[in-house]
Design a protein around this ligand. Structure first.
Ligand code: SME
Length: 159
């Protein structure tokens, strides 16, 4: 078991430590599922106030559930549907303060209130999305977005 104990004083430092832990976990490992599984575990153990953290993979133009932590979730999401589907269709980060106000939001876990979805893109093509859900409204700020984008950039090389 890896034990990273990330407890940095501020959020930027915490995300730097998270990125460096991820770099260590994926170094030399080419298996995408293994890397997504460890990435989901690392986020789940490190970031407070989440009720779901994981991946949907681009499988033939449809999002299909990948490794995650949290309650069992919906398996397939069409591009353009819900928060994850919006990120997949636009290749743009979706940071949603209140998912109930997001047109087409897919309720997988009724506890989810805010959501951050980061598209993971390599050579202009979507590989997967990283999806974080929180039971707290507006849980994710610009620093969380920047930290998770950096996290996704590392993963893009190894998925
Ligand atoms: N709420 C997401 C679906 C995935 S679950 O939150 C794990 C959405 O609207 O895309």
């Amino acid at each position: 078991m890896y034990d990273f104990k990330i407890a940095a004083a501020d959020k930027a430092a915490m995300y730097r430590d998270l990125a460096s832990a991820l770099e260590g976990l994926v170094a030399g490992e080419p298996d995408a599922i293994a890397n997504m599984a460890n990435a989901a575990g690392l986020i789940w153990e490190t970031l407070p106030d989440l009720n779901w953290a994981g991946f949907y993979r681009n499988v033939g133009g449809e999002l299909v559930l990948g490794p995650f932590q949290g309650r069992p979730a919906c398996i397939r999401i069409p591009f353009g549907t819900g928060v994850c589907g919006a990120a997949a269709a636009t290749l743009k980060v979706q940071r949603v303060d209140d998912v109930h106000a997001f047109d087409g939001h897919i309720t997988c876990d009724a506890a989810s209130v805010s959501e951050l979805v980061v598209p993971i893109v390599r050579d202009g093509k979507l590989i997967a999305v990283l999806d974080l859900d929180s039971p707290t409204a507006a849980r994710f700020d610009a620093d969380d977005e920047a930290g998770c984008v950096a996290f996704g950039t590392i993963l893009a090389r190894v998925l």
